[in-house]
Design a protein around this ligand. Sequence first.
Ligand code: 6R9
Length: 644
Amino acid sequence: MDQTGALDALLHEERVFRPLPQMVIEANLNPHELEQAQEQANRDFLSYWEDAAHELDWFKKWDQVLDDSNAPHYRWFPGARCNIVYNALDRHIETANKNKLALIWEGEPGDQRKYTYYELYREVNRFANALRSLGVAKGDRVVLYMPLLPETTIAMLAVAKIGAVHSMIYGGFSAKVLRERINDAKAKLVVTADGFYRNGRVVNLKQIVDEALLGACAECVETCVVVHRANVDAEMHEPRDLWYEDLVRRERPSSPTEVMDADDPLFLLYSSGTTGKPKGIVHSHAGYMVGINRTLNWVFDLKPTDIFWCTADTGWITGHSYVIYGPLVAGTTTVMYEGHPLYPQADRLWDVVARYGVTILYTSPTLIRMLMRFGTQYPRQKDLSTLRLLGSVGEPINPEAWVWLHKHIGGAKCPIMDTWWQTETGMFMISPLPISPLKPGSVNKALPGVEADVVDREGNPVPAGKGGFLVIKKPWPAMMSGIDNDPERYENTYWKKIPGMYFAGDVARKDEDGYIWIQGRADDVLNIAGHRIGTAEVESALVAHRFVNEAAVIGIPDTIKGEVAKAFVILTDGWEAEYDTSEDLVSALKNHVRRELGPVAVLKSLEFRTTLPKTRSGKIMRRILKAEELGEDVGDTSTLEDLD
Ligand code: 6R9
């Protein structure tokens, strides 16, 4: 178990920050109501989630809240008929939300676009009609390889509106990864942009898509829709490639919303696991919308006047649940920023907060640590007084970053919601509420309706203060419905490691007050700047290089990114003939990994070895390499990690 560096500080943190009286008075959920909710959830968690479902609109209500007859393949709200887009858009058009701002978008160069719910609804309808006229139908898969643009929101919602399934691939992944996922999903259509702005430069996205589609499976992508964004001279391949603007121009702004069964798939999102093959995590309409709506409303205490900004990329689950679907289902105003947080200088975040009067800022520890380096000069120059709540996600936040955020951004008055959850969970699972006493670095307690615990490998709760595996003991509505085309992997990865419980893959501990402290992954998954990357993915990229015989990759602590990747490599003979020095080879290998996987998988350092430590069965023992690297006693490295 990793107890080094920044994480070490977590173990000794004892400060408690209590909510200001005003916050408690104004919170949507006061302490008494929270107690009641908790009591109801403990007594009858199905009735608790049923109440949450009643807050949404349905074409037909459920026959049952939960069908657990084929556990762990749970089915939420069977018999119900709905569409998340009906809840995110259609229903708001009938209410006072119609002319409220749904989306505020800002491009990196400073251009802005704002959409009311009505305007967004019309645009989504146009693109939904365009998709239908291109032959996309219910159940078809559509890959979105897009930067943060209004059209990204529009495309996601349009795909879901017609009952198709979107699979968004993060723009930091390479053409090769994109191709693999297009093939795996058997996508019929790809939506992309010509390019986008990032740190003052234009990234040519269409070129990457062209490369990906070159080798894509023949029966896949028939059409590639390209959004004009960065005036890139994109090569349009006829008849496959079509400009988005040309398509939507001729479409009508009204379009029927497909009636979906509760567990019809809504989207597929690939997530790294312990093998080289990422898992296609599937989420479906009903449970997902119920889970994200309830958790967003309670954790971020939404009020009609809020301006909510989640800085995540829409290519990750946080972007799906809390940039797009959650805020729109809840009827709030969501902010989206295209570019780099340090462009043109390190005050961009604070500038955006001040200009739009952002009231809730939900971001990541990596970003906070990056901005802390610039001191307080930038936040001090901006009016951040509109902020009332802050949030953190993706990785453990070290108390130093927590306190900086609390003091210098939140003016010591904004509680920080450190939300623990995963691609697989779909929604916040463990998190404080605005009325909770906070401990910097702890994710607090499970939300009502969620039962989390820290257990040993047999599933017995471990005593307070002791490390163990984080598990969830009851199903929850926004849980994934499975891994695409691989029910067995779903069972083995999540439900069989500790029988009868959902194994999250994290190690954690509970303190005497029942507060949960996440300590990191228990498996061979890296968390680089909040992004999950499998060690096996980086290793297979490395061994694809002709001078690499074997490779082992570990994560090592990093003061900004939380964790970075380090590789140990056994070379094949003959590299000297091609590279002058070993440094040249190191940089060639780093570039090779970048080309294979994309900029998201940065390899910080690389070391050559002649052997690698292995188990008798030949499995590389990464934890030994890690213990050596960190100067820890190898014998002491927790056997917890053997579970995976
Ligand atoms: C939402 C998201 C999930 C993994 C998870 C854990 C880590 C997420 C965290 C956190 C400490 C938090 N993680 N939130 N660790 N504190 N508040 O990030 O999903 O990309 O699937 O990653 O991220 O290790 O298991 P995903």
